[in-house]
Design a protein around this ligand. Structure first.
Ligand code: PGA
Length: 250
């Protein structure tokens, strides 16, 4: 069985000074376990601080929250894959709903970013998920399949390097989370879609995200379809993150 992945998406929180204080507190108490990995998606400016702090630890990984698909050039404000890697990132989120809905990132852009990340040696975690209107209209599976379709044409070994985070948009930062059974039903479809594109089944990892908290994480990861969680708000407080990353399957 693959280790569970507990991934924190810090969003626009914890710059280098706060990140260092957070990690000092977290690493002081975190007890590594063979059955899990802990990943941190930090602001670009905090990558090197976090990378240096976790360098000697096992089972921890740091990643960027987004990257540009071009290698370099006149793209003010953007971070390239190689820059993120140079700062210590080994992964990057791609297609987070805030990138899609606040910054207008398209499926075409997410596809280009996945390919750029793979070419540059970063694990791209592709985020997918439906809005409330799409869910109410019964379009959840169509939306998720369309967002996954950007991976078509990748080789099986590349697909094996792309964890998927299913994050229903209506559950992000709202306190409403999908039930473990609802999430698992979508995860099954994600797994089938990935396998249909040629991904080796054992390599497919599907995380759930959206209002994951210490109180609900155990029930979520107890579902065999849920390979981990992507956590926003509850990942930026060290005590809450210790509770989440130390939790057992209910
Ligand atoms: P949340 O965010 O845990 O605050 O709902 C999850 C995410 O956006 O990745």
């Amino acid at each position: 069985m693959n280790p569970l992945i507990f991934a924190g998406n810090w969003k626009m929180h914890l710059g280098p000074v706060e990140a260092a204080a957070f990690l000092d507190r977290f690493l002081d108490s975190y007890v590594p376990r063979d059955d899990r990995e802990v990943w941190f998606y930090t602001p670009a400016v905090s990558l090197s601080t976090v990378a240096a702090r976790i360098a000697e630890r096992v089972g921890l990984r740091v990643g960027a929250q987004h990257v540009h698909w071009e290698a370099k050039g006149a793209f003010t404000g953007e971070t390239s894959v190689s820059m993120a890697a140079e700062a210590g990132a080994t992964s990057t989120l791609i297609g987070h709903s805030e990138r899609r809905h606040v910054f207008g990132e398209t499926d075409e852009a997410t596809g280009a970013k996945v390919r750029a990340a793979l070419a540059g040696g970063l694990l791209p975690m592709l985020c997918v998920g439906e809005t409330l209107a799409q869910r109410d209209a019964g379009q959840t599976l169509d939306v998720v399949r369309r967002q996954l379709a950007v991976l078509e044409g990748l080789a099986p070994a590349q697909l094996a390097q792309v964890p998927i985070a299913y994050e229903p948009v209506w559950a992000i930062g709202t306190g409403k989370n999908a039930t473990p059974a609802d999430a698992a039903a979508v995860h099954t479809v994600v797994r089938e879609t990935m396998a249909g594109m040629g991904a080796p089944r054992v390599s497919v990892r599907v995380l759930y995200g959206g209002s994951v908290k210490p109180a609900n994480v155990g029930a979520l990861v107890a579902e065999s379809e849920i390979d981990g969680v992507l956590v926003g708000g509850a990942s930026i407080d060290a005590d809450s993150w210790l509770a989440i990353t130390g939790s057992d399957r209910d």
